[in-house]
Design a protein around this ligand. Structure first.
Ligand code: ADP
Ligand code: MG
Length: 327
């Protein structure tokens, strides 16, 4: 069977069947933002990997080498954030075409190092290989999480409020802008080129209130909402009027003749966190609003109710699993 018939997640399910282990040390296996391994009675390691491939995830027509490095590291840091973890050590594998200049490779590392060092995360090794054409960067990141701070995709409870840490639609709006008009200092273009992982925000949230489930938005709000609801065996409803969409995103969407709503639902690489909390936690969420941006966008419901969006008109519609699709 060709992989575009089963899609990325169908393929991952097949891989999971082939290699799934019941090792007691594996606390979180394939299926979350990162794996969690119990390395000693009081220590949990968080382990993730993510790749950026030229022409698939970025294009040197509007990315600098430094930005590619930054973004590759940010994607990995974001997966650690989504588990409630603290990033520690990274291994970096680079696939380079012969024509690439050493100065550019060092710029790539400068980008990785700049964002990693904000969180005291160190690059401690990797691998270097030649590729026939398009460059890639793969990072494997190891972090730590305290047992009581670990948050999974699967912990959502019926009645939970669904929240996000920031404006939606920005990264895709930024990409579309880049494709049409080239580089710009617009914040949403910068968010596409140099996203900030929500490590500190996740830590503040977890220390201040009980977070039941969490996932980072790397493939788009709607796709991540499906993951979170499915892993928790529940349904979800979100409200169009509650989605945080910045005035600038609305403006750029209209300039580009795009719908701001579909940007908000399908923009990948936002690296905001999508999380759920019990209703009683709301007052605590409001109290930390100065330190962490958080917007309530919906609630977790019975699984039979599916995954819905209530439009401004008040009509509920089934949400489509849009977002970034690899195959
Ligand atoms: P994320 O978007 O958070 O990086 P993915 O959607 O890439 O997560 O992956 C979903 C889950 O499937 C993760 O637990 C990841 O580790 C696992 N996974 C993805 N690709 C593979 C693969 N080729 N082999 C084994 N596990 C994989
Ligand atoms: Mg993720």
């Amino acid at each position: 069977m060709e992989i575009n018939q089963i899609g990325e997640f169908g393929l991952i399910e097949l891989i999971k069947k082939e290699v799934f282990s019941k090792d007691k040390q594996v606390i979180v296996n394939i299926g979350d933002d990162a794996a969690v391994i119990k390395s000693s009675p009081d220590r949990l390691l968080v382990f993730t990997t993510d790749t950026l491939v030229e022409k698939v995830h970025f294009d040197f027509r509007y990315f600098t080498f430094e930005e590619v490095g930054w973004k590759a590291m940010a994607a990995n840091l974001s997966d650690i954030a989504a588990m409630g973890g603290i990033p520690k050590y990274a291994l970096v594998t680079i696939g380079l075409p012969k024509s690439v200049k050493s100065g550019d490779v060092l710029r790539l590392y400068r980008g990785m190092h700049r964002i990693a060092s904000r969180y005291d995360c160190k690059i401690v090794g990797g691998d270097t290989t030649r590729v026939p054409k398009d460059l890639f960067v793969t990072i494997a990141l190891l972090g730590e999480v305290e047992k009581e701070r670990l948050v999974k995709r699967s912990g959502a409870k019926k009645g939970d409020l669904i929240c996000v840490t920031g404006d939606l639609g920005e990264s895709l709006a930024g990409l579309e802008y880049l494709k049409k008009y080239g580089r710009s200092k617009l914040p949403l273009v910068q968010k596409h080129l140099k996203p900030y992982p929500r490590i500190h925000e996740a830590q503040t949230l977890i220390r201040s209130l009980k977070i039941n489930s969490m996932i980072d938005i790397s493939d788009g709000l709607s796709s991540e909402l499906f993951h979170l609801a499915e892993e928790s065996h529940l349904g979800a409803v979100i409200y169009e009027e509650k989605l945080p969409i910045s005035p600038q995103c609305v403006k750029i969407a209209s300039l580009l003749n795009l719908s701001a709503l579909s940007l908000a639902l399908s923009s990948g690489e936002e690296y905001e966190l999508l999380f759920t909390i019990g209703k009683k936690q709301l007052s605590k969420l409001v109290r930390i609003k100065r330190r962490v941006k958080a917007f309530v966008i919906g609630e977790i419901v019975d699984p039979g109710k599916g995954i819905k969006i209530v439009q401004r008109s008040g009509k509920a519609a089934s949400l489509k699993r849009t977002g970034f699709v690899h195959f």
